[in-house]
Design a binder for this molecule. Structure first.
Ligand SMILES: *[C@@H]1O[C@H](CO)[C@@H](O)[C@H](O)[C@H]1NC(C)=O
Length: 236
């Protein structure tokens, strides 16, 4: 009896929207429609069950050419090695072990990939962006401070301290970073919404491009003396 009353009450509520609820539903619908056109900005949907990358092909398309389906094996969909810790003995104290289409050819056309990230104590994964993917990160071990910055003109920093088991998402294209704030090693697993997310590490791209961006351009952009730019460029 009580259950039945609850059900009637719910039905009543769902058939008499206050105006503000209807407005918000219309807004949501509008956003969904807008989202349909944005969907083309991610990896395209597959046109067959799979398209294992033929890494020997000399033909270049948007993605990689499919290996002949009858030659495909279970190992084409397989990768082994994420149990191994990356070597974090470097200037930033972190190591990324990627599992993209380059390492796992079965990912071709599937719009997904992953990575293991190891951090030495106080190590960082420096500010970077993935031009083709949103990233969702899970902390497996340790405490990791994460953050991303929104686009111009706000450039708002959105940051959070994560514990083991916590999950955080970095929206596509935005500059983000991670830091191990614990005293031991930290490990995270990232999933990315592209078979080939790409990485642009900000410091390397700006101060370590090949050839260099002219120092006077960077001096003006960063509002510092040319000597400061030369000093930073010498590190990358
Ligand atoms: C880790 O990398 C450092 C620097 O490149 C290197 O000297 C060291 O031998 C590497 N350690 C292992 C275990 O591979």
């Amino acid at each position: 009896m009580y259950l039945k009353m609850t059900t009637n009450e719910q039905r009543h509520q769902s058939t008499s929207f206050p105006f503000s609820t209807m407005t918000s539903h219309l807004l949501l619908f509008g956003l969904l429609v807008a989202g349909c056109s944005l969907a083309f900005a991610s990896d395209p949907s597959p046109l067959q069950d799979f398209c294992v990358a033929d890494q020997n092909s000399r033909v270049f398309v948007n993605g990689l050419v499919c290996k002949e389906a009858r030659l495909v094996q279970a190992d084409d969909f397989f990768y082994s090695g994420l149990q191994l810790m990356g070597n974090t003995s470097n200037a930033v104290g972190s190591a990324v072990t990627p599992v993209t289409v380059a390492e796992l050819p079965g990912l071709n056309t599937l719009g997904i990939s992953m990575a293991r990230i190891d951090f030495a104590p106080q190590g960082i994964n420096p500010p970077h962006t993935h031009p083709r993917a949103t990233e969702i990160l899970t902390v497996m071990e340790g405490r990791i401070l994460v953050g991303f910055v929104t686009s111009n003109p706000e450039n708002r920093l959105i940051t959070k301290l994560l514990q083991k088991g916590d999950v955080f998402v970095f929206p596509k294209g935005l500059i983000h970073f991670q830091k191990n704030v614990g005293n031991g090693y930290a490990v995270a697993i990232a999933a990315l919404s592209s078979q080939n997310p790409g990485v642009i590490t900000i410091a390397n791209a700006v101060f370590g491009s090949n050839p260099d961006i002219a120092a006077d351009i960077l001096a003006k952009a960063f509002q510092v003396d040319v000597n400061v730019v030369n000093q930073i460029q010498s590190k990358f």
